[in-house]
Design a protein around this ligand. Structure first.
Ligand code: FAD
Length: 405
């Protein structure tokens, strides 16, 4: 009997797998099982326009509920998958019922890291942002004049800082590393972004850790910082990264190492089980990488759909990413891992620059700030496997188009 495809998780990667299969005219039974009470939706606006109140939830939905009915995709909301029984090829759901599969796609995403309880992580007024409910709870508390502490100077923390300033909160952001964006971007990018935030009144304190949060009546009221100072606050956003949701896979005996290990076909150590999106640890230039981006969630899922439909193309990530803060638009193409040189190119407009990353004289990535031309050129160069001449990049008057010829 045909059991069809079951997808665990109902986020971006789950939707993209199902929708690609249907667009390939594959009509096998598809069931998506997800914990959240909603159809799959986009997460990026949760720390941007949705948090700001400028975008309704309807506009976040990747497709309206009707799409799933029209496309014969069964969507099971509010359902947690407890176990995978690989012998019986079935899932055990939280209510004890089972769901059989022929093939399984794990699209379980990631969970934000929380502060430990013993330093105040469980106080009320302490937030993380991963899903709609998190964003709704947070936005209800973002009132003008409130003192917000953001822990972590990565993209989510910085985007939340921009929204909070827009809404009139007083914002302090602490970063334990020596500078913001230390893990993901060059010093030049961080310097530019820091200056924009400081200009908007965010107090950024780098090289500063959190010792503990102090509560009164269960609610956070202050933070003790690593230099011994105390900061009176009304609320906290924790943006210290995410952990992949790989426990389900690990319990089923699949290979897991900070993510569900997959090959270039997104296959796990069980040939009938695939993993896609934030939860998957995939091969990358002789090493392994977990990508947390819409690009990867969509492209890896679509690659798996094509494989399920009979294709045999391996998935080659072509990473790109973006972040919006105030009217700053950062667009990134490529991955800057292991870079040993950067070239800064001033943009034609005021407030625009691009930072070009090289490793062993090979171009590997670009950060373009308010500079769509630099982003598009960098992305095309990466696709063509070409390394631009540094002198052309350094000359702000040069036409980037010449690099593509
Ligand atoms: P998810 O979207 O996390 O979906 C996984 C789903 O699986 C979740 O709903 C989870 O509840 C469910 N689940 C997990 N385990 C189970 C289980 N056992 N049973 C049932 N359900 C389960 N990316 C960008 O490229 N650009 C951006 O600007 C950007 N901004 C972001 C801002 C925020 C606030 C966040 C949170 C993310 C942002 N991202 C951004 C990252 C991007 O949204 C993710 O990479 C993408 O959503 C990953 O999709 P996914 O389907 O792999 O996982």
């Amino acid at each position: 009997m045909v059991q069809g495809l079951v997808i665990v998780g109902a986020g971006q990667a789950a939707f993209s797998t199902a929708s690609k299969l249907r667009s390939l005219k594959d009509d096998r039974p598809i069931t998506i099982v997800g914990l959240e009470a909603h159809a799959p939706y986009q997460r990026p606006p949760l720390s941007k326009k949705y948090l700001l109140g400028e975008m309704s939830f309807d506009r976040l939905l990747l497709r309206p509920e009707q799409w799933y009915q029209d496309n014969n995709v069964e969507l099971r909301h509010s359902t947690w998958v407890e176990e995978i029984d690989r012998q019986a090829k079935q899932l055990v759901l939280q209510n004890g019922s089972t769901l059989a599969y022929d093939q399984l796609v794990l699209a379980t995403g990631a969970t934000p890291r929380h502060l430990p309880q013993d330093i105040g992580g469980d106080l009320s007024g302490v937030f993380t942002v991963r899903n709609k409910d998190d964003a709704d709870r947070l936005s209800a508390e973002m009132k003008p004049g409130r003192r917000l502490l953001i822990i972590g100077g990565g993209y989510i923390g910085l985007e939340a800082a921009a929204v909070a300033r827009h809404l009139g909160l007083e914002v302090t952001l602490i970063e334990m590393a020596e500078r913001i964006l230390a893990r993901v971007a060059a010093k030049e990018t961080a310097d530019f972004i820091r200056a924009v935030h400081t200009g908007h009144g965010v107090m950024i304190r780098e090289g500063m850790g959190l010792l503990r949060l102090i509560g009164a009546n269960g609610r956070v009221v202050a933070a003790e910082l690593s230099d011994g100072s105390r900061l009176d606050i009304d609320m906290v956003i924790v943006g210290i990264g995410v952990s992949p949701n790989d426990a389900l896979a690990a319990r089923a005996g699949l290979s897991v190492r900070n993510g569900i290990l997959v090959d270039t076909f997104a296959r796990t150590s069980d040939p009938d089980i695939f993993a896609v999106g934030d939860c998957a640890l995939q091969p990358w230039q002789g090493a392994e990488i977990r990508l947390e981006s819409v690009q990867n969630a969509v492209d890896q899922a679509e690659a798996v759909a094509a494989i399920l439909a009979g294709g045999n193309q391996p998935y080659q990530p072509k990473p790109w990413f973006w972040s919006d803060q105030y009217d700053l638009k950062l667009q990134i193409a490529g991955l800057n891992l292991g870079y040993d040189e950067t070239i800064l190119r001033p943009g034609v407009r005021e407030g625009s620059i691009s930072i070009w990353y090289y490793r062993n004289e090979t171009f590997i990535a670009v950060d373009a700030i308010n500079d769509a031309r630099a982003y598009v050129t960098g992305k095309k160069l990466l696709e063509m496997g070409k390394t631009p001449e540094k002198a052309v990049l350094r000359d702000a008057q040069s036409d980037l188009k010449q690099l593509l010829s």
